[in-house]
Design a protein around this ligand. Structure first.
Ligand SMILES: Cc1ncc(COP(=O)(O)O)c(C=O)c1O
Length: 443
């Protein structure tokens, strides 16, 4: 592919910028047009759970596309029913028995918000419409999902369209927004969710939404163990639905099937995306309890679908991806290899600019700072994260940039679960080189 042709593809890139031209991918590797081999240390946008180049997924997709090109989402097809059966049998926390599908994470969160609202309208409680989110969170890029999210960079400019919704502080122990430290804090950040709820007026609140482990906004924010059980208890006590956004953490990424499984919590609604198809097809899912959906059904209301919701070929791809995860015991592998990745990245803590290394399973993040003692970030104008990603490409590694103030420069790691120990060592080595090249340009 010529550079000139590739440039036409870039919708909002700087004049003259050429996108990286990916010719093919295999295992944990991306191959560019000119033969460069790049270690995909973040599985794209933390998506490619089973690794690239799985022929059997491509074949399952192709077979289904040939059998049923399209059928409106309410119709049953063999691939849809098989996927639902597998999810209910092997994957979802018990109690989540109502399933709907979309084309991705944002659409799924958007639908989950509408379902929460429809639930209360159908129950005759139309005053309940507010959704409590958290700072330093990301739930998608539609207007409703931006409104409940706390990703200030992605919200910027759209604020006039976003209703003011309450935000509780992030669960961010390394820089506790409440100035406390664990365990003496008593997990005060979860009490802040309740405080937001009380300020908003519980009778006006429909739901609380949170990522079980904060994704790439501030980078792999792992809460203390008591956070989620207490969050569930608070929601229950106030009659508010709890939505777990597992778009990034779901389907094994954190070393358990779902993030909430670390704490034995079943939310009222769980949202998945990314890992559901591991990148092979655009798809997301909303999984809810009977109690959430029952009033909607009783009132004869419909939850409007997107045209491509539950696309038959995507369902076939998802079913095959989940089968592979089970057959190869890849969730267990994510837990095991995740510890090794965590140990390797942990060695970076000796570096004067590596402030924190955090994560669980195969979702990790490294936070970079100019001064470790004061935790002062590099100047925004330095654009350190972008420079690290660019240097990484030169050194043969792709890492995923994140970072919203005060977690300004955060690099996330989320390789395929099939990664080997020697490839984990390569991640460490190549990232170190990328970091040094980028730092040399900002010092
Ligand atoms: C937690 C979370 N929710 C929602 C989304 C949005 O998903 P998508 O990009 O598939 O629309 C993301 C994407 O990164 C995410 O991490």
């Amino acid at each position: 592919m010529q550079a000139e042709r590739a440039r036409r593809f870039a919708f909002a890139a700087k004049a003259g910028a050429t996108p990286l031209r990916i010719a093919r991918s295999e295992g944990v590797w991306l191959y560019t047009d000119d033969g460069q081999q790049i270690l995909d240390a973040s599985g794209g946008a933390i998506v490619v759970n089973i690794g690239h180049g799985r022929r059997e997924v491509a074949e399952a997709y192709a077979r289904e596309a040939e059998r049923v090109a399209y059928a409106i989402p309410p119709f049953a097809t063999e691939s849809r029913v098989r996927l639902v059966e597998r999810l209910l049998r092997d994957w979802l926390p018990r109690g989540l028995t109502r399933l709907a599908f979309t084309s991705g994470g944002s659409e799924s969160v958007d639908a989950a918000l509408r379902i929460a609202r429809a639930h209360f309208v159908a129950r005759g409680e139309p005053k309940r419409w507010k959704v409590i989110g958290r700072e330093l969170s990301y739930h998608g890029t539609t207007l409703a999902t931006l409104a409940v999210g706390g990703h200030t960079k992605r919200r910027a400019g759209f604020e006039p369209w976003l209703p003011e919704l309450p935000k509780a502080p992030a669960c961010y122990c390394w820089r506790c927004p409440l100035g406390k430290s664990y365990p003496s804090c008593g997990v005060a950040c979860v009490d802040e969710v309740e405080a937001s709820l009380l300020r908003a007026g519980p009778e006006t609140v429909a739901a609380v939404i949170a990522e079980p482990i904060g994704g790439s906004t501030a980078g792999a924010l792992v809460p203390p163990d008591d956070y989620w059980p207490r969050l569930a208890e608070i929601c229950k006590r106030h009659g508010v639905l709890l939505i777990a956004d597992e778009v990034m953490t779901g389907f094994g990424r954190t070393g358990k099937r779902f993030g909430v499984d670390h704490w034995g919590v079943t939310p009222d609604i769980l949202v998945g995306g990314k890992g559901l198809t591991g990148g092979y097809a655009p798809m997301g899912g909303i999984f809810a309890t009977e109690a959430v959906v029952a009033p909607i059904i009783e009132q004869g209301q419909e939850v409007m679908f997107f045209t491509y919701s539950a696309h038959p070929a995507s369902c076939a791809a998802a079913d095959k991806v989940l089968e592979i995860l089970e057959r190869e015991r890849l969730v267990e592998r994510a837990a095991l290899l995740g510890e090794k990745l965590g140990k390797r990245l942990g060695r970076l803590l000796d570096h004067p600019n590596v402030g924190d290394v955090r994560g669980r399973g195969l979702l990790w993040a490294v936070e970079l700072v100019a001064d470790k003692v004061t935790k002062t970030p590099f100047p925004a104008a330095a654009g350190l994260s972008a420079k690290i990603v660019a240097a990484g490409i030169t050194h043969g590694i792709f890492v995923y940039p994140g970072g919203v103030d005060p977690a300004r420069d955060v690099i996330s790691f989320g390789p395929p679960f099939t990664i080997s120990e020697s490839e984990i060592e390569l991640i460490g080595e190549r990232f170190e080189r990328a970091l040094e090249s980028a730092l040399a340009r900002v010092r």
